[in-house]
Design a protein around this ligand. Structure first.
Ligand code: GUN
Length: 289
């Protein structure tokens, strides 16, 4: 048996297309495009790549992209002042401060300073709280993208056993909340979980978000289960000096057992930016009221 491949790249392209198709109507009604401000502090190479991709996708969707780059010598006060300026700017619907920040800066204080109604990353505690109690807010892009892929594949999720491996604020916890809201029976597993293989074996849905290359083995997977792999891990490749990307799931093994699985790359990764655009469009409509 070989699992169906969940094509996140294609789904994300479709979502970006849907967003782009709605933008002209917003522009005509509001007299401006939806605007996303992205703040990058310092020179982290991976963050620079992410920010460039976000900018390109934002412009391609017909939205306004405001990029703000601060040197890695920027102070907390300078960064907070920029966030406050963006909060007050009516042409900015969404604000994203690229993480991680340089070590001398306080991420929690920065995120708490973003207006929750412009927090298209869904990282502000107000949005985490809204998700927990089932109110409208902003949901972090990666877990929301995973949920979209799951619903596209499975339809109604109610009553299914779901295991989320990883308890980060950005992926694991919001993912568990989203699955709970879909009436799944949710288990959150993590590095201290005992008998993880047995926990995973009971799951109809496995979301792996631990950041450990190929940790989830094929014989942990229940036959026919749906496997969503959030991991993006760079490991040594076949040729000396070359690297390759692998997920948190041993893909070849798991694909022999699962009903459906996301590949790495090309699975969850492309969904994050597509959902960011979707969240920005939602913010623009809500703010335009
Ligand atoms: N760094 C890596 N992924 C993300 C993301 O989704 N949002 C922000 N703000 N920073 C990130």
């Amino acid at each position: 048996m070989s699992a169906d491949i969940i094509d996140g790249k294609a789904y994300a392209a479709g979502l970006r297309g849907k967003v782009a198709a709605i933008v002209p109507g917003f522009r005509a009604a509001a007299g401006r495009a939806p605007g996303l401000a992205v703040v990058l502090v310092g020179e982290d190479p991976a963050s620079q790549v992410y920010v460039r991709s976000k900018h390109k996708a934002t412009v391609e969707a017909g939205m306004e992209s405001f990029e703000h780059r601060l040197p890695d010598t920027a102070t907390q006060d300078e960064l907070l002042a920029l966030v406050r300026r963006l909060n007050a700017d009516d042409t900015v619907d969404g604000i994203l401060v690229q993480l991680p920040l340089p070590g001398h800066l306080d991420e929690n204080e920065v995120i708490s300073t973003i207006d929750p109604d412009k927090d298209v990353d869904g990282f502000h505690v107000v949005n985490a709280g809204r998700l927990a109690v089932g109110q409208h807010g902003y949901v972090p892009c990666t877990p929301l993208g995973c949920l979209m892929l799951l619903k596209d594949r499975l339809g109604d999720l109610s009553g299914l056993n779901a295991v989320v491996i990883g308890r980060s604020n950005i992926v694991g916890k919001p993912m568990a909340q989203l699955l709970l809201a879909e009436s799944c029976t949710v288990t959150i597993a993590h590095s201290r979980t005992k008998d993880l293989a047995d926990v995973v074996r009971r799951a109809d849905i496995v979301v792996a978000a631990v950041g450990r290359p190929e940790m989830v083995k094929g014989d942990w997977i229940k036959p026919g289960a749906t496997v969503i792999d959030v991991g993006i891990n760079r490991v040594p490749g076949a040729e000396p000096g070359k690297t390759k990307l692998v997920g948190d799931v041993a893909y070849a093994e798991a694909a022999g057992v699962a009903g459906a699985i996301t590949p790495v790359p090309g699975g969850v990764g492309p969904m994050t930016i597509a959902v960011l655009l979707r969240n920005t469009l939602v913010a623009a409509h809500r703010r335009a009221g």
